[in-house]
Design a protein around this ligand. Structure first.
Ligand SMILES: NC(=O)c1ccc[n+]([C@@H]2O[C@H](COP(=O)([O-])OP(=O)(O)OC[C@H]3O[C@@H](n4cnc5c(N)ncnc54)[C@H](O)[C@@H]3O)[C@@H](O)[C@H]2O)c1
Length: 438
């Protein structure tokens, strides 16, 4: 199937502005990494846009270019990064406090990190209860939305950005369901003007981004753009959006293992996941409201992969629990344990234990880079609304209303690569492969 005439990709020329609410562990690890890679001090390990190839045509064709040679993506040298935080620390100070990266590496990228000074944030303590900071905007929600729009305009002008992308790397907000205020753009804007407490800060950033024509990605599990008012705004203005919650650590492991058990029709009786972590994210997640938001995305994954309604004998009685405990000595070096009780032929039980000593922000940083570059590509390809092909990066992928998300990481990867092939008018790869045996 050739689609050459379907997608006209605008070139990736000029500066790409990257605006990030939340200059914490993930953002500073991303930023320091980009600078270190530009200086030739490190390799972009974990990033598809920088390291992965894409197979084109038949297996016998031997065509496997790098993704960044196949589709036009911004170069790291063209990224200009800025953001907002409730704390005044510049990105060097924030990175030093986050303690993800060694001081010796941080010193080498000190200059560019010090240059990133957070703009005043839009913050509501009721949405993130464990932290408070001085670097915040004042006024009604609408006044603060207008101030964000002005921040975006000024950043674009001062840095001469050709295009921009926004990605939420702020703390996880408390669990929050869509209300009447989120149903239409009109009700949402009335809510902003009336300072309706039902509108979360992350939604104010997303509104400001979309009103400014800037694509928006959500790295946390907050509701944010998953409401009719903002979904409609993205579609009406032809702006791509994606989310939610970076797929790293324990859930990444879960989405590798669960499709494997299901593929072999092995049953699961129980899956108990527990985590200890000691960074600021862990502290915020000690609050039951913020934890509930995280728990929802972590729990939904297994249900959607295993489809117990189709396989009641195998997964109908699955007991699934997720715990997160704040444990300061570990800092960003999280430990995630999984105990999985599976059963096989004749119902015989077996156990699997996974102990992942991971580094949260090291796993998340390359996802930030890929999302920024792919979301900008989506916009240059004229794609709008929810970008399901970016599900690969998320624990709770956004989909069109009424559609269940695809969680199997290998199906997600196929979808992502087929989308790139489709953009370039290459044949989609179905893995049927009968032609090799004709
Ligand atoms: N592997 C990972 O690290 C990973 C995976 C999935 C999701 N996430 C999510 O990504 C987000 C960032 O993680 P982190 O480890 O960098 O956390 P962090 O606590 O180090 O950084 C978050 C920053 O956001 C700031 N912030 C909070 N509310 C804000 C607002 N309204 N406006 C501007 N800034 C605000 C905080 O002051 C803090 O500096 C969290 O929501 C986390 O749950 C992280």
């Amino acid at each position: 199937m050739q689609n050459k005439e379907n997608v006209r990709l605008a070139p990736a020329d000029g500066k790409l502005g990257v605006l990030i609410p939340g200059i914490g562990a993930v953002t500073t690890t991303f930023l320091a990494g980009v600078e270190a890679i530009k200086m030739g001090l490190a390799r972009p390990v974990g990033s598809l846009t920088q390291m992965a190839t894409i197979r084109l045509g038949k297996r016998t064709d031997n065509r496997s270019p790098l993704i960044h040679d196949f589709v036009p993506l911004s170069r790291l040298e063209d990224l200009v990064i800025g953001g907002w935080d409730i704390f005044e620390d510049n990105a060097f100070e924030a990175a030093s406090k986050a303690k993800v990266l060694e001081t010796s590496l941080l010193e080498k990228v000190r200059g560019p990190l010090e240059a990133v000074k957070p703009m005043k944030a839009v913050f509501e303590h009721d949405y993130v209860k464990r932290i408070d900071g001085p670097n915040v905007k004042k006024g009604s929600r609408m006044e603060r939305a207008q101030a964000l729009i002005e921040d975006i305009r000024r950043f674009r002008e001062e840095n001469q950005c050709a295009r921009m992308v926004m990605i939420w790397c702020g703390s996880t907000e408390v669990f929050h369901k869509p209300g009447a205020v989120h149903q239409t753009l009109e009700s949402f804007e009335k809510g902003l003007a009336a300072n309706d407490p039902g509108i979360a800060p992350s939604q104010i950033y997303a509104y400001a981004a979309l009103m400014s024509g800037v694509p928006f990605a959500n790295g946390a599990p907050n509701l944010t753009t998953d409401v009719p008012a903002l979904l409609d705004l993205a579609r009406e203005r032809n702006i791509p959006i994606c989310g939610k919650d970076f797929k790293t650590g324990q859930t990444f492991m879960k989405t590798l293992l669960a499709p494997g058990f299901k593929a072999r029709m092995l049953g699961i009786e129980g899956w108990f996941s527990t985590n200890i972590l000691g960074n600021r994210d862990g502290e915020v997640l000690e609050d039951p409201g913020s934890f509930k938001t995280k728990e929802e995305t972590k729990l939904s994954v297994l249900d959607q992969i295993l489809q117990p309604h189709l396989y009641p004998d195998l997964y109908g009685k699955l007991y699934h629990a997720v715990r997160i405990n704040y444990y300061p000595p570990r800092g960003d070096a999280k430990e995630g344990w999984d105990n999985i009780d599976i059963f096989g032929w004749l119902g015989y039980p077996m156990q699997i234990k996974v102990d992942f000593l991971c580094r949260d922000s090291i796993l998340a940083a390359p996802l930030v880079l890929d999302l920024v570059l792919f979301l900008d590509l989506a916009q240059r390809a004229g794609m709008k609304g929810v970008q399901e092909w970016l599900s690969f990066y998320f624990k709770a992928p956004m989909t069109a209303p009424g559609l269940y998300p695809e969680h199997d990481i290998f199906i997600q990867l196929m979808k992502l690569k087929n989308t790139l092939r489709w953009m370039r008018g290459e044949d989609l790869i179905t893995h049927l492969g009968l032609e090799y045996y004709d």
